[in-house]
Design a protein around this ligand. Structure first.
Ligand SMILES: [Fe+2]
Length: 315
């Protein structure tokens, strides 16, 4: 078990920064603490029953809070799951990259769930999905300009002030690049963290997919992210598609994590240390056993990197 290793050899200052205590009279669960085991899975409805009835070697569960705003059966299952596991709330609807302010009603719903479920991490994306009364079911890309950076930072700050805590912001998967870009995506993400104090949720598969589609080096991207900012990583499977004779990669979340992405993840663990890591799978759901096997692979990589560090430290 990895918590028997001296994981302090894999430093991560951002993990300490996410240990924030939240007092609330609405609390039903103990205040947030980082999970003892760093690897979790996304909790999705086909697995609700199995997650409750099976004893799993899992560190934590991540859910999209928007699926639980309405209470009812979904929230009941989440309450039962929270009795067994730590949770992370990963938003998909804040539209942090919009030029308009984040919705106060959305924030209020989000805060209600935080007060009840006491997540160790709260996150959303560096993208936009709302304009006026229109809400789009996608995470749309931003031009990486000073103007969009300012708009994103205004909404991150509004969100952090409303929720009373630091949030993590995830790098998106995108399929277009803008001629207006003033900076690279990794510069944009680093600056957002520096300007607002937010953390970064690095999706390793998104970086791999974009690097392929846009023609840059994924390892260089990770090498340029400030380790101090990183508080969580995501892993997922992608699909290959042929477009006019060219192979493009789509972030479909319906496959096991690809071998190249595992290699990139190992590089990221060496750079960022032991960070809570999530296996995401959102379509063509596999058995819970398959998901847990993916989590086991991530744990094995963390263990191996920690062992190498121990050996080097002993030399
Ligand atoms: Fe992700």
């Amino acid at each position: 078990m990895e918590n028997q290793l001296n994981l302090s050899l894999l430093p991560c200052p951002a993990m300490m920064a996410t240990r924030i205590n939240h007092g609330s009279t609405l609390n039903k669960f103990p205040p947030a603490a980082l999970p003892e085991q760093p690897v979790g899975i996304g909790l999705r409805y086909p697995h609700y029953k199995d997650v409750l009835e099976t004893e799993l070697e899992l560190g934590w569960l991540e859910v999209h809070p928007e699926n639980y705003f309405g209470g009812g059966t979904h929230r009941h299952f989440l309450s039962e799951a929270r009795k067994k596991y730590q949770v992370s709330l990963h938003g998909v609807g804040l539209s942090l990259g919009s030029t308009e302010p984040v919705s106060g009603a959305h924030l209020q719903n989000f805060k209600e769930l935080i007060d009840i479920f006491q997540p160790f991490n709260v996150s959303d994306h560096a993208s936009w999905s709302a304009s006026g009364n229109a809400h789009l079911n996608d995470l749309l890309p931003l031009p990486y300009t000073h103007e969009t950076l300012d708009a994103l930072c205004r909404n991150i700050t509004r969100t952090q002030e409303f929720l009373g805590r630091k949030i993590l912001v995830e790098n998106p998967s995108t399929y277009v690049a803008f001629a207006e870009n003033d900076m690279t995506e990794y510069e944009f993400m680093n600056r957002a963290a520096e300007m607002t104090g937010c953390g970064l949720l690095l999706d390793i598969n998104n970086i791999y997919v974009q690097a392929h589609n846009h023609g840059y080096d994924a390892w260089d991207y990770i090498g340029n992210i400030n380790p101090h900012h990183v508080g969580e990583m995501h892993l997922a499977g992608h699909s290959e598609h042929n477009a006019a004779g060219k192979t493009i990669l789509i972030d479909t979340h319906n496959h096991p994590v690809r071998g190249e992405v595992w290699g990139l993840y190992e590089f990221a663990v060496r750079r960022f240390g032991v960070i809570p890591t999530l296996i995401e799978w959102d379509q063509d759901f596999p058995t819970l056993e398959t998901l847990v096997a993916e989590a086991d692979k991530a744990r094995a990589i963390i263990r191996n990197v920690a062992k190498e560090r121990l050996l080097h430290a002993a030399e």
